[in-house]
Design a protein around this ligand. Structure first.
Ligand code: ITT
Length: 199
C-alpha cells in the first residue's frame, strides 16, 4: 500500500515516515514523482492549501494522498507568517533567511517571553479518488527565542522555544513527533483513516 505525501519538504516527509512506520504504508513524496506538476498554493487558509495539494495530486495519480499545509503563527504579528511561513523571506526563501527576518521583525517587542508567544499549526487533508476528503488539524504552543539554537528538525524549529530551556530543534525526531502540531495531527489522522478508507 502506497501513501503519497504531497510535499517536496524533506523535513515533513521524515516526520511522516517515522509516524507511519507501523501503519503498513509505504510513504512516498513528490520527489519520487518528478513528472508531477508544481501545485500552486493559491488558497487563503491552511485548509484550502492542504486541499489543493492533496486533491490535485490524488486526482492525477489515482492514489491515496495526504497534503500538509503548516506554518508558524506569532501572536504579536497578528498570526504572521502563518500561511506565508515558507515564503516569508521571498523571493528566494531559505530557513535561515526566514528566521533572520522573523527575529528582525520581533526585535522591537519586549524581551519577556510572554510577548513572544506563538504556535505552529498543521492542517492535513487526506484525499482519494471519488470521495470527500478527510481533514484534521493541530497546534503546538510555544515562544519565539532570541537566537537560533539546535540542529534537528527544519524550518523555524531553532527559534521555537518549547520550554524555558529548549527549542524544537533541540528535540529528537521522536520527542518532537510526540508533542508537535504535525505529530498530533498525524495521530488524529491515523485514528480516523481506517473508517474513512472503508467509505
Ligand atoms: P510543501 O508545500 O511542498 O509541503 P512547504 O515547506 O512549502 O512544502 P508549507 O507551504 O506548508 O510547506 O509551509 C510550511 C512552512 O512552515 C515550512 O516551510 C516551515 O518554514 C514552517 N514549518 C511548518 N512546520 C514546521 C515545523 O514542524 N518546524 C519548523 N517549521 C515548520
Amino acid at each position: 500500500k502506497t501513501l503519497i505525501v504531497a510535499t517536496r519538504n524533506a523535513g515533513k516527509t521524515r516526520e511522516f515516515k517515522k509516524l507511519f512506520a507501523d501503519f503498513g504504508y509505504e510513504i512516498k513524496d513528490l520527489t519520487d514523482y518528478p513528472e508531477l506538476p508544481e501545485i500552486e498554493e493559491t488558497g487563503s487558509t491552511f485548509e484550502e492549501n492542504a486541499r489543493l495539494k492533496a486533491e490535485q495530486i490524488s486526482e492525477i495519480t489515482g492514489e491515496l494522498v495526504v497534503g500538509d499545509d503548516s506554518g508558524l503563527c506569532v501572536d504579536v504579528l497578528g498570526g504572521l507568517p502563518g500561511i506565508w511561513s515558507h515564503r516569508f523571506s521571498a523571493p528566494n526563501p531559505t530557513d535561515e533567511k526566514n528566521i533572520t527576518k522573523l527575529l528582525h521583525e520581533l526585535a522591537p517587542t519586549a524581551i519577556t517571553p510572554e510577548k513572544r508567544s506563538a504556535h505552529f499549526h498543521t492542517t492535513l487533508v487526506a484525499a482519494k479518488p471519488g470521495s470527500e476528503s478527510l481533514v484534521v488539524e493541530a497546534d503546538w504552543n510555544g515562544y519565539i527565542g532570541l537566537t537560533p539554537k539546535g540542529e534537528n528538525g527544519f524550518g523555524y524549529d531553532p527559534i521555537f522555544l518549547v520550554d524555558a530551556f529548549r527549542t524544537a530543534a533541540e528535540l529528537s525526531d521522536e520527542e518532537k513527533n510526540k508533542v508537535s502540531h504535525r505529530g498530533k495531527a498525524l495521530q488524529k489522522l491515523m485514528k480516523e483513516l481506517p473508517a474513512w478508507l472503508e467509505k
